[in-house]
Design a binder for this molecule. Structure first.
Ligand SMILES: Cc1cc2nc3c(=O)[nH]c(=O)nc-3n(C[C@H](O)[C@H](O)[C@H](O)COP(=O)(O)O)c2cc1C
Length: 195
């Protein structure tokens, strides 16, 4: 056997969402983020369109992004909808992260690849990153809250109007023990064998 199946299974099963509130002070290095992005690009993608777009905020970029996102939230919400707690949370999450990667999906300009496939390929790329982060022992959180799906977020990361923001990836080191597994159903629940 060329690869360690048990290690691969462990990484897959032990990948966990770890929220920015659970990050320690320790900082993830740029080289590690590059390793994640390099893992992302090996995801399968139809016609090799490589539809993923990654905008990475680190160091000063984090405050810039946190200010942009929290202010956008304030601007877009009515007085009744606005929550100071949510505003603070959006800003704080940027301040405690080592890196935030905003993930965009670019539409295939030839129109030959259905957009759903570009979304699927980019989600696979994100999973590659999550698994690599797990192997590094990093905290990784794929979040879609706040104004993730707004047109303003799209243009902030330089994505075309017909593209799609798929989420924000928050990276750090965990300050907590590695979380226990979240529940999954036995495969019989979602599998139909026709043999
Ligand atoms: C596309 C996508 C969007 C998500 N958005 C959020 C989110 O906005 N807020 C949140 O708390 N978790 C979000 N999550 C994380 C899930 O809540 C998490 O994966 C789930 O609870 C299972 O936990 P695990 O990742 O530790 O297995 C998102 C996950 C995916 C795949």
């Amino acid at each position: 056997m060329k690869y360690s199946l048990s290690e691969l299974s462990e990484i897959i099963e032990n990948r966990r969402t770890i929220f920015p509130e659970q990050f320690s002070e320790r900082k993830v290095q740029k080289e590690q983020v590059e390793r994640l992005i390099n893992a992302a690009k090996w995801a399968p993608n139809h016609r090799l369109t490589q539809p993923w777009r990654f905008t990475i905020f680190m160091e000063n970029g984090l405050k810039e992004f946190g200010d942009f996102h929290s202010n956008l939230y304030k601007e877009k919400k009515s007085e009744a909808e606005f929550s100071q707690m949510k505003f603070d949370k959006i800003l704080n999450r940027a301040m405690v992260s080592s890196a935030i990667i905003v993930v965009g999906v670019s539409k295939d300009s030839t129109g030959k690849v259905p957009f759903v496939e570009e979304l699927a390929a980019t989600a696979a790329a994100v999973q590659n990153m999550a698994l690599m982060a797990t192997a590094f022992g990093l905290a990784f959180y794929w979040g879609t809250g706040g104004m993730t799906y707004s047109d303003e977020m799209k243009s902030y990361i330089g994505l075309e109007k017909d593209g799609q923001v798929l989420g924000q990836l928050f990276l750090g080191y965990p300050a907590i023990d590695w979380p226990r597994k979240t529940p999954r159903k036995p495969i019989e629940y979602f599998t139909d064998w026709r043999v």
